[in-house]
Design a protein around this ligand. Structure first.
Ligand code: PEP
Ligand code: MN
Length: 341
């Protein structure tokens, strides 16, 4: 971290500032230029509030030179992380997987949808048993019974499941039941107690970007999980809130290469919640694949018009099958060795 000192600062004020920093256990490096004086602050500067320094009369500006996320940072871990989701399914480091299934687990149709998505090439089954709904009067999910249906499908099809955990008090239940991957939804992306709890669980985590979350906030949320010793974190771009109203959210395709640059963690794209409409899901799935996502999460329903939640954005199994064929072609194009000109 560096602090740029105002030209008006007296040598005494500068010395006082340097002593204040050093008294907090940091070392400093003062460089006096013709136009400005810069104080380099060396040590674990995540402990320093840059706004506090900027509020000091002699400080012009404070800049971080290293990011506050350490465990998620590619600088300290250059190789891609590969997350083992169970049942032999790996994500990241060249392993591309598609998670698919209904928004909500609704009952017997789950196994039918699961068979269809598996046949089309999905390798992880998704489905929500605990649903974060904007309205308390909307369908809230089947709860534990929904988890059991997912587990039955997982056993029959030998595929891992990903399902959302909303409450710190439910984390142990998910672990005890043998859920393969826990999803942290967009609405809980800054529920720090929940992040810490799933960090302690050691299970693979699919961490969604917050509704209006920046990339740095997503990385700091991952850092919360990782700081508890769990490095099995997959990040998920699921669209962000913008001024646009024609789609449910705005898919931030930039986030995929930006995250790959900043972090070693796998990056998944969710074109379903990013767009909100079936007609837009496939184009955005293709864009995300082309941009280098390590996987996709797509909502699929046997009869979208009858779905208990998010029917408007569900693909039918036939649409999903068509998408999977094209996604495979796009993957081939982006990963192929090409001759140099
Ligand atoms: C979901 O995956 O069903 C979901 C609620 O997603 P998000 O948290 O991204 O809105
Ligand atoms: Mn949904």
């Amino acid at each position: 971290m560096i602090a740029i000192v105002k030209p008006s600062a007296t040598p005494e004020q500068l010395q006082h500032f340097v002593r204040w920093i050093e008294n907090r256990g940091f070392s400093t490096n003062v460089s006096r230029g013709d136009n400005e004086t810069i104080v380099g602050i060396i040590g674990d500067t995540t402990q320093i509030d840059p706004f506090l320094l900027e509020s000091m009369d002699i400080i012009e500006r404070v800049q971080r030179v290293s990011e506050p996320f350490k465990k998620a940072n590619r600088k300290f871990h250059p190789e891609d992380t590969v997350v083992d989701c169970g049942h032999g399914v790996l994500v990241g480091g060249g392993n591309f997987q598609v998670m698919a299934g209904p928004c909500s687990v609704e009952g017997k149709n789950l196994i039918q949808i699961a068979r269809e998505v598996k046949k089309a090439g999905a390798t992880i089954l998704r489905g929500g048993a605990y649903k974060p709904r904007t309205s308390p009067y909307a369908y809230q999910g089947m709860g534990e019974e929904g988890l059991d249906l997912l587990l039955e499908a997982s056993a029959e099809l030998d595929m891992p499941i990903v399902t959302e955990v909303m409450d710190v008090r439910d984390v142990q239940l998910f672990v005890d039941k043998g859920i393969d991957v826990m999803q942290i939804g967009a609405r809980n992306a800054q529920n720090f107690n929940l992040l810490k709890e799933v960090g302690k669980s050691g299970l693979p985590i699919l961490l969604k970007r917050g509704l209006s979350g920046t990339i740095d906030e997503l990385l700091m949320a991952a850092e919360y999980i990782m700081s508890e010793g769990n490095d099995k974190v997959m990040l998920c771009e699921r669209g962000i809130r913008t001024f646009e109203t024609r789609t449910r959210n705005t898919f931030d395709v930039n986030a995929i290469p930006v995250l790959h640059y900043l972090t070693h963690l796998p990056v998944i794209a969710d074109p379903s919640h990013a767009t909100g409409y079936t007609r837009y899901v496939r184009p955005i799935a293709y864009a995300a694949t082309a941009a280098g996502a390590d996987g996709l999460e797509i909502e699929v329903h046997n009869c979208p018009s009858e779905a208990w939640s998010d029917g408007a954005q569900a693909l039918t199994p036939a649409q999903f099958d068509d998408a999977m064929r094209r996604i495979a072609l796009i993957r081939e194009a982006v990963t192929a060795e090409v001759a140099k000109a």
